[in-house]
Ligand binder design. Structure first.
Ligand code: GLY
Length: 397
């Protein structure tokens, strides 16, 4: 694990540098204990047995029971993705071998058109695999997934329908999270030469840009459309505190989604929105000093509300990319701050707990009382992704 130590050393250095800047969290631990802790947690992903029926998604931190899900769950691509990313970070072939075993888990989702989540499921697994191994079979799954996702596109609305449930409440719900699925479409167009996927992605992004944002540049979670006329029926939420609140992970999806869409299109309107929503997040009076947000910026129980590490890690990964396009140091410093904060005893899952997760304190679905303040797999995924991005950035600075 020589490479891990080296990487952690670089990051630890970055964290210490960050810690010295005014306004930046000064409580970064010295690196060696944290490095060891994280390495121990990384290795626990290898200890988790390969299972073709279910994947670890989260853990009840009180009972220590691991929640396992089938491939149809929106999170089913993350475990393979974490293993691929750990291979890229460490160079240790054990992660690659395990990643190869887990990747097929979400393959059948490339033909499942029951929700928009085909992007998360297929791209976080097969997309990561393709970054390591240039295999036609991975490309085929990605292109198939894009074809499947396009089934859910309604040209009258100009959006991909997110969910099919709650039909008695919504006619055509589109959620901000759906921006994340566009990466599958953009990549599939590049791989196949078929511009249909890219065109759908651009129409979806444009409709989201028009309807999902408030004047203050925070975003709604759910927009319900009339599928016949394309008119907006309602601006609402499912996972936020209320319709007018600011669900933290949703802001992360927005900044990430529009930064990523800028990567493929160079449309300045996407960059402008990503920057505006990032500013809203970074300057919010309800954001704790360490940069790890409460699950919703408008939960009235703040400062006693649960945090959401996953929202912070989605945002950190997005901010590193945003920095790459803008060279605005604020984004780099802020992402560094969040990365330094999670790499502390407060957030790293205790090493005595045997489970394939890295961090505690994410919040999945507060209104449903589901996965509150506990380890959730996608927090780890976006942390590892951010780690890869910051190494590239600091390596090229
Ligand atoms: N896409 C579901 C979530 O962010 O919880």
């Amino acid at each position: 694990m020589k490479n891990v130590s080296f990487i952690s050393l670089i990051l630890g250095f970055a964290s210490l540098v960050t810690a010295c800047k005014p306004g930046i969290n000064p409580q970064v631990k010295t690196t060696s204990a944290i490095t060891q802790k994280l390495e121990t947690r990384y290795k626990m992903l290898l200890d988790y047995p390969v299972d073709s029926m279910s994947m670890p998604r989260s853990m009840n931190i009180k009972t220590l029971e691991i929640r396992k899900v089938p491939s149809k769950d929106w999170t089913s691509g993350f475990f393979a993705g974490n293993l691929w990313q750990l291979y890229r970070l460490t160079g240790d072939s054990k992660y690659k071998e395990q990643a190869q075993k887990w990747t097929p888990f979400s393959k059948k989702e490339s033909v499942n058109s029951n929700s928009h989540d085909v992007g998360f499921k297929v791209f976080c697994s097969f997309g990561e695999a393709l970054k390591v191994e240039n295999k036609k079979e991975y490309e085929a799954v990605i292109i198939k997934g894009a074809e499947t996702l396009c089934i859910r596109f309604n040209p009258k609305v100009g959006s991909i329908r997110s969910w099919d449930f709650n039909k008695e409440i919504w006619d055509y719900p589109v959620i901000i999270d759906n921006m994340m699925n566009l990466e599958l479409l953009f990549e599939a167009s590049k791989l196949s030469g078929n511009n249909k996927y890219r065109d759908v992605a651009i129409q979806h992004a444009n409709t989201t840009l028009k309807n999902h944002f408030r004047k203050d540049n925070s975003c709604y979670h759910v927009i319900d459309y009339n599928p016949t006329t394309g008119e907006v029926k309602k601006k609402t939420t499912l996972q936020g505190y209320n319709d007018d609140s600011v669900w933290a992970r949703g802001q992360g999806w927005a900044v990430y989604g529009f930064t990523m869409s800028y990567r493929y299109t160079k449309d300045p309107a996407y960059l402008k929105q990503a920057e505006a929503t990032a500013k809203f997040f970074m300057t919010n009076k309800n954001l704790p000093e360490d940069g790890i947000p409460y699950w919703d910026f408008k939960d009235t129980s703040i400062p006693n509300a649960a945090r959401d590490v996953s929202a912070a890690m989605v945002m950190a990964s997005a901010l590193y990319e945003l920095y790459g396009y803008t060279k605005n140091d604020t984004y780099l410093a802020f992402a560094d701050k969040m990365m330094a904060s999670v790499q502390t005893d407060k957030y790293i899952l205790d090493t005595t707990i045997k489970a394939p997760f890295l961090f505690d304190h994410s919040t999945g679905n507060w209104p449903k009382h589901d996965e509150i303040d506990e380890p959730i797999i996608y927090a780890d995924y976006y942390f590892l992704e951010a780690l890869i991005k910051v190494q590239r950035l600091k390596g090229s600075k």
